[in-house]
Design a protein around this ligand. Structure first.
Ligand SMILES: Nc1ncnc2c1ncn2[C@@H]1O[C@H](COP(=O)(O)OP(=O)(O)OP(=O)(O)O)[C@@H](O)[C@H]1O
Length: 253
């Protein structure tokens, strides 16, 4: 569990301080326009950019006090542009920095429709394939280092993990993130630009705008069409009767 106690950043880019909790077993989506501070927030949640105001606690201890190796078993960050560094094979890259059981790697590759690419060079992959490999690597980091007595599956932070995926792979990934959240009691945090993906799959949403978290809660309440139209400066159509009765947001022609 990650808790924020008036945590924020003072220097550019700044984040206004706020309280929040990210719980094991949930899928939380962070949404907001370009430049709203979503990646900056993920960086603070991961500890890569330490908070400059307030405090964050991971599993009851200040985030900054976790030794780096223990932190790596409790949280993983998959950034928007991960440098590959070397021409790894897919399996090598998924295992990099971890020492996973082969069965876990095979399961993760299967979960993300990557089994047929296991021995391929990552430099030869398409953008969407590469993006799924990086998500598998993040999950592998947490699940392979997990202690057998751990009560939860750590914190997986993903920055726009669906940006290069076709709609079938988007659905598969979002369903898989929910499955990991429930099966391993993982807390999954996902920055998304597709508000309908957030509305369909997230348990809760944090809405960012101009470096502030301006709303949070259940997706159908936070993704209010008039607020969204306002902060994104977009003209929307609100379509009733989406999945499970949830409304959908569409761009007006
Ligand atoms: N090193 C930096 N120096 C100055 N400004 C920065 C720096 N890094 C980020 N910013 C600015 O801070 C703001 C927040 O950036 P951030 O990357 O967190 O936005 P975002 O919500 O993730 O945007 P996007 O949806 O475009 O990815 C942006 O206006 C960005 O230009």
């Amino acid at each position: 569990m990650l808790t924020l106690h008036q945590a924020g950043l003072l220097n550019t880019p700044a984040l206004a301080p706020f309280d929040g909790t990210i719980r094991p077993g949930e899928l939380l989506s962070i949404v907001g326009p370009n430049g709203a501070g979503k990646s900056t927030l993920l960086s603070m949640l991961s500890g890569f950019r330490p908070s400059e105001q307030g405090e964050l606690h991971l599993d009851g201890k200040p985030l900054r006090e976790w030794p780096i190796t223990e932190l790596a078993s409790r949280r993983a960050l998959v950034a928007q542009q991960e440098p590959l560094g070397f021409d790894w094979q897919v399996t090598e890259l998924v295992c990099l920095g971890s020492n996973p059981e082969q069965a876990l790697v095979a399961e993760l590759l299967d979960d993300l429709d990557l089994s047929h690419l296991a021995n391929r060079s990552v430099l030869s992959l398409s953008g969407g394939e590469r993006q799924r490999v990086m998500v598998a690597r993040g999950a592998c980091q947490l699940l392979s280092r997990r202690s057998p007595t751990a009560r939860d599956g750590g914190l997986l932070l993903l920055d726009e993990p669906t940006s290069a995926l076709d709609i079938g792979q988007q659905q598969r990934l979002m369903r898989q993130l929910r499955t990991w959240a429930v099966q391993h009691r993982m807390a999954v945090v996902c920055v998304l630009h597709d508000l309908n993906l957030a509305g369909t799959y997230a348990d809760r949403v944090w809405l960012m705008h101009q470096g502030q978290r301006i709303d949070h809660g259940l997706p159908h309440l936070v993704l209010n069409p008039s607020t969204i139209a306002d902060i994104y400066s977009a003209e929307l159509q609100h379509i009733e009767g989406g999945p499970q009765g949830k409304p959908l947001l569409a761009l007006a022609p």
